[in-house]
Design a protein around this ligand. Structure first.
Ligand code: GDP
Ligand code: MG
Length: 442
């Protein structure tokens, strides 16, 4: 038990500031996580460098160890990099027609996403027209028609014998005449970025009053998606990005890079083939997905919520002054309870989910039971005994054991452990700050 308690104290005491070693060690893991999530390596390099600069010397929050503190900062910076707030599609004011042009490679999800957006706009009370400007892909027009019908929105087509720019211009005219609020132009893609495609899109943009150019990219293509975004932004200029197929097992590292490379916000994410599978983009959710560190982040959040900073500080001061007593022992245990106890803390660690079977070394049930007995023992002590454990002679111990419903040997063991801990603290002022032992990162 004393080893477990040490861990608690480790988390309770203030750890001072993050050293360069703390930060470097944690960032090594972050780097790997980001590369695994297919974040562009230049972005990773630049990002970790700026995090390092920010993190070194920062105070470690109570309730976190240095590794967790670095992860906390990493997460915040990732959210910042992705835009902090959700950005929505922009519209022209009042009844003016807003023209949105969808661009992207073939198969990225333009046609599907066009219909998905139409459904969302319908719910907002906007009268939306879709224009079928992909005259190359067989059945592309029919695909848009079918999806438009499903969503209950009108689709404007002129077959596949006209130039896309002419179809787009005619669609604008039709939309104006019939008082549509929004026109979404579904364009053709190619398998790779190519001159003809770009020229065609540029032509539409020149001749039609496009208000928003939205790039659709497939999240599963990872770094390619980022390159595509960069090229499209350079050649045509984009206002926002929609990242599709995030329902797959991709970690979605592209989200981080796209924003960093183009500076353009992600507007929505595609979460499936169904027309309702389009979701708002939340940078904070995306950040934890990309980081992919189990639930370390929610553990950090929990620690943040629950640790009563005042109490922890008080405890630390007492420890510094070597006034460690049973009340503090109790307090430290209740702090741990607030964080959800052993089992929930352990369950939150990646790869340690309690659902997947037994823990290798620690019997959490037993640990919690033993904690409960320890609490009962301390509660059976008088106030004086708690603050002055040297009072505990055999007859007092006997009384306490009876009160707590345990054997006197357990009381003896607890007192012994307590004294050992106190001795150890005296010997190792480093435990209170400054010198740090080797410990797990998370
Ligand atoms: P376009 O060539 O860019 O118009 O792409 P499509 O809209 O035709 O989509 C290509 C394929 O991707 C289709 O089979 C879609 O159902 C699928 N798709 C589009 N968005 C998503 C998504 O968010 N998740 C999944 N799983 N599939 C998607
Ligand atoms: Mg299409």
């Amino acid at each position: 038990l004393s080893e477990k308690l040490q861990n608690v104290f480790r988390n309770l005491r203030s750890k001072g500031r993050l050293t360069e070693d703390d930060v470097k060690a944690a960032l090594k893991e972050v780097k790997m996580a980001l590369l695994e999530a297919d974040v562009n390596f230049k972005v990773v390099k630049q990002f970790t460098k700026s995090v390092q600069e920010r993190a070194i010397g920062q105070d470690v929050m109570n309730g976190l160890n240095p590794g967790q503190m670095v992860i906390k900062i990493v997460n915040e910076e990732m959210v910042k990099l992705m835009g902090s707030e959700t950005t929505e599609l922009a519209f022209r004011p009042g009844k003016e027609l807003t023209v949105i042009m969808m661009v992207g490679l073939q198969g990225a999800g333009k046609t599907t996403t066009t219909a998905k957006i139409a459904g969302k706009l319908k719910l907002k009370g906007k009268k939306t027209l879709l224009a079928a400007c992909d005259v190359y892909r067989p059945a592309a027009i029919e695909q848009l028609q079918i999806n438009g019908e499903k969503q209950g929105v009108e689709v404007f087509t002129m077959g596949d014998k006209n130039k896309p720019v002419n179809i787009a211009k005619a669609a604008v005219e039709h939309a104006r005449k019939n008082e549509f609020n929004v026109l979404i132009i579904d364009t053709a893609g190619r398998l790779h970025v190519d001159e003809d495609m770009m020229a065609e899109l540029e032509e539409i943009k020149e001749q039609v009053d496009v208000f928003q150019t939205v790039l659709v990219v497939d999240a599963m293509t990872g770094q390619d998606a980022v390159n595509v975004a960069g090229t499209f932004d350079e050649k045509i200029g984009i206002d926002g990005v929609i990242l599709t197929k995030l329902d797959g097992d991709t970690r979605g590292g592209a989200a981080l890079s796209i924003r960093a490379v183009t500076g353009k916000p992600i507007l929505y994410v595609g979460m499936g083939e169904k027309l309702s599978d389009l979701e708002q983009f939340y940078p904070d959710r995306m950040a934890s997905r990309i980081l992919g560190m189990g639930d370390v982040l929610s553990m950090i959040e929990k620690a943040q919520e629950n640790i009563d900073e005042e109490k922890a500080k008080e405890l630390e001061q007492k420890m510094r002054k070597n006034e460690f007593d049973f009340d503090m022992y109790l307090e430290s245990m209740s702090q741990m309870r607030k964080m959800g106890g052993f089992s929930s803390l352990l369950g939150m660690l990646p790869g340690m989910g309690l659902g997947n079977g037994k823990m290798p070394d620690i019997d959490t049930d037993e640990a919690e039971k033993s904690l409960a007995r320890t609490e009962a023992i301390i509660h059976s002590m008088t106030k004086k005994e708690r603050t002055n454990p040297s009072l505990l002679n055999p007859s007092r111990k006997q009384r306490i054991a009876k009160g707590a419903g345990v054997d006197i040997s357990e009381v003896n063991r607890l007192v012994k452990q307590f004294e050992q801990m106190k001795k150890m603290m005296k010997k190792m002022p480093g435990m209170m700050g400054g010198k740090r032992g080797k410990r797990g990162m998370f």
